[in-house]
Ligand binder design. Structure first.
Ligand code: S3P
Length: 443
C-alpha cells in the first residue's frame, strides 16, 4: 500500500519543450491479458510501468502466465493458451485498478477454477454489479459484498453467449462481457448506450480472434484461439491531458506531446478545448498497431466557458478532472452534464474537484451529474485529492496558474497511472515537488 504524501505546486511558466507520456493504461492491461491467454510469445513495448498495470501482471503470473520484464516499458509474455491458466493459491490483488478487476472478472468467469479478486480501499468501494449482472446472465456466479469487492468468482460453470444491452456506457463492462464470451458457447453480443473505447475489440482482432464491432456494439463467438502478437502501446491520452490543459492555461506556453494515442473514443477533450478557444494542432498523424497516434502541439490561448456537449462526455470521461481546471481559467461559465459516472471513479471526482476549486476561491456549483464552474482567479491554498491520481495531477495545474502555491494532499496514487509525472512536469517548466504529508485537518 502506498504511503501518504503531498505535493506543492507553485506558480510558473511558460511551459515549453517536448514530452512523451507513458504508455496507455487501458491498452497495457488488455495487452497483458490477451497475451497471457494466447498461444506463443508476445512482446509488448511501451507498456505502462504503473502500479495498476503491474498489479494485473502480478495477477496473471499468479494464475500461471509467464511474464518477464527485460527492460523498462517492455514485457515478454509466454501465453498459456485459452485453457492454460490455473487456480491461484492467494487472493488476486488488483490494487487501485477498476479496469484490472472488472476485466479479470470476465476473464475468470470462464475458467474451470474459483478465484478471489480483491483491491485497495478505493477499489473496495467501487460498484461491481455492473459486471456481476451481465456475467450472471451468461451463466457465471460471482459473490460480492453487496455489489462491492472482494469478488469470489466460481469456476467450472460453463458460460452461454447472450446478447446484452449494457445500462452504463462503460468499456470495462463491455470488455468483461467480451472476455467471458471467449469461453461461452455460441455468440456473445454487447450494445452500449453510448460508444466507449474499443481497445478490447481491436486487440482481440490483432490476436487473431474473429470479432465484428462498430461504435457502441461488438459481437464474437466462443471457441476460437488467440495467437501471440507483438504490441507497441502509444502514449496515454489521459496522461497527456494534464499537460495539454497546462499549456492551454499558461501564458506563453508552446508544448509538443509526442506519440499520443488518438483513438476517437478518447479524444473528446480536444474537441471541448478547441470549442473553448484552445490552440491545439495534431502533427504526424499515423497508424501504429491499429491505433491512430500523433504528436500534439499545444500553445497557450485564452479560453472561454462553454456548455460541454453531453455526447462528448463518454469520450473524455477520464479527462473531466483536467477539464475542471481549464474551466477554472476560462472566461465565463462552463457547464458539465451527463457525467454522473465521475462519482464512481477512484474517488467521487465531481465532489473532489468542486471542493478543491472552491478552496482556491472559485464559485463551483455541484450537480448530481456534473458541475457549473465560473472561471476566475485562483488564489493559493490547500486542496485534497482524496487519493485519486487524476485529481492530484489536475490540482497540480492549479498551482501553476494560481496567485500563490497550492498544497495538494494525498498524491501517492499518481504512481498507479503516471509514475514519472513530477519529472515530466518539471522538464517542461512546472515547479512542483513532493512534501511530507500533513495530518492537520483542512481549515
Ligand atoms: C477504462 C474505461 C473507463 C475509464 C477507465 C479505463 C478501460 O472506465 O474511466 O479509466 O480501460 O476500459 P468505465 O468503463 O468505468 O467507464
Amino acid at each position: 500500500m502506498s504511503t501518504r504524501l503531498d505535493w506543492i505546486s507553485r506558480p510558473a511558466g511558460p511551459l515549453r519543450g517536448e514530452l512523451r507520456v507513458p504508455g496507455d493504461k487501458s491498452i497495457s492491461h488488455r495487452a497483458l491479458m490477451l497475451a497471457a491467454l494466447a498461444e506463443g510469445r508476445s512482446r509488448i513495448e511501451g507498456f505502462l510501468e504503473g502500479e495498476d498495470t503491474r498489479a494485473t501482471a502480478a495477477v496473471l503470473q499468479q494464475l500461471g502466465a509467464r511474464i518477464s520484464a527485460p527492460a523498462d516499458g517492455v514485457r515478454v509474455v509466454d501465453g498459456v493458451g485459452l485453457h492454460g491458466l490455473h487456480a491461484a493459491e492467494q487472493p488476486l490483488d488488483c490494487g487501485n485498478a477498476g479496469t484490472g478487476m472488472r476485466l479479470l472478472a470476465g476473464l475468470l468467469a470462464g475458467q474451470g477454477f474459483d478465484s478471489m479478486l480483491v483491491g485497495d480501499a478505493s477499489l473496495s468501494r467501487r460498484p461491481m454489479r455492473r459486471v456481476i449482472d451481465p456475467l450472471a446472465a451468461m451463466g457465471a456466479r460471482i459473490d460480492s459484498r453487496d455489489g462491492l469487492p472482494p469478488l469470489h468468482i466460481h469456476g467450472g460453470l460453463g458460460l452461454c453467449g447472450v446478447r446484452i444491452d449494457t445500462p452504463v456506457a462503460s468499456a470495462q463492462v463491455k470488455s468483461a462481457i467480451l472476455l467471458a464470451g471467449l469461453y461461452a458457447k455460441g455468440t456473445t453480443g454487447v450494445r452500449e448506450p453510448q460508444p466507449t473505447r474499443d481497445y478490447t475489440e481491436r486487440m482481440l482482432a490483432a490476436f487473431g480472434w474473429p470479432i465484428t464491432f462498430g461504435p457502441g456494439w461488438a459481437r464474437l463467438e466462443g471457441g476460437h484461439r488467440l495467437r501471440a502478437a507483438d504490441a507497441r502501446i502509444p502514449g496515454d491520452f489521459s496522461s497527456a491531458a494534464f499537460f495539454i490543459v497546462a499549456a492551454c492555461v499558461t501564458p506563453g506556453s508552446d508544448l509538443v506531446l509526442r506519440e499520443v494515442g488518438l483513438n476517437p473514443r478518447r479524444t473528446g477533450l480536444l474537441d471541448v478545448l478547441r470549442a473553448m478557444g484552445a490552440d491545439i494542432v495534431i502533427e504526424h498523424l499515423a497508424e501504429q498497431g491499429g491505433e491512430p497516434v500523433g504528436n500534439l502541439r499545444v500553445c497557450h490561448a485564452p479560453l472561454r466557458g462553454i456548455e460541454v456537449p453531453v455526447a462528448l462526455v463518454a469520450d473524455m470521461i477520464d479527462e473531466c478532472p483536467a477539464l475542471f481546471v481549464a474551466a477554472a481559467r476560462a472566461q465565463g461559465r462552463t457547464v458539465l452534464r451527463g457525467a454522473a459516472e465521475l462519482r464512481v471513479k477512484e474517488s467521487d471526482r465531481i465532489a473532489v474537484m468542486a471542493a478543491g476549486l472552491r478552496r482556491l476561491g472559485l464559485a463551483v456549483e455541484e450537480r448530481l451529474d456534473g458541475a457549473v464552474i465560473e472561471g476566475g482567479a485562483l488564489r493559493g491554498g490547500e486542496v485534497d485529492s482524496c487519493g485519486d491520481h487524476r485529481c492530484a495531477m489536475s490540482f497540480a495545474l492549479t498551482g501553476l496558474v494560481a496567485e500563490a502555491p497550492v498544497r495538494i494532499r494525498d498524491c501517492a496514487n499518481v504512481a498507479t497511472s503516471f509514475p514519472g509525472f513530477l519529472d515530466s512536469a518539471r522538464a517542461i517548466g512546472m515547479i512542483v515537488a513532493m512534501e511530507p504529508a500533513t495530518n492537520e485537518a483542512l481549515a
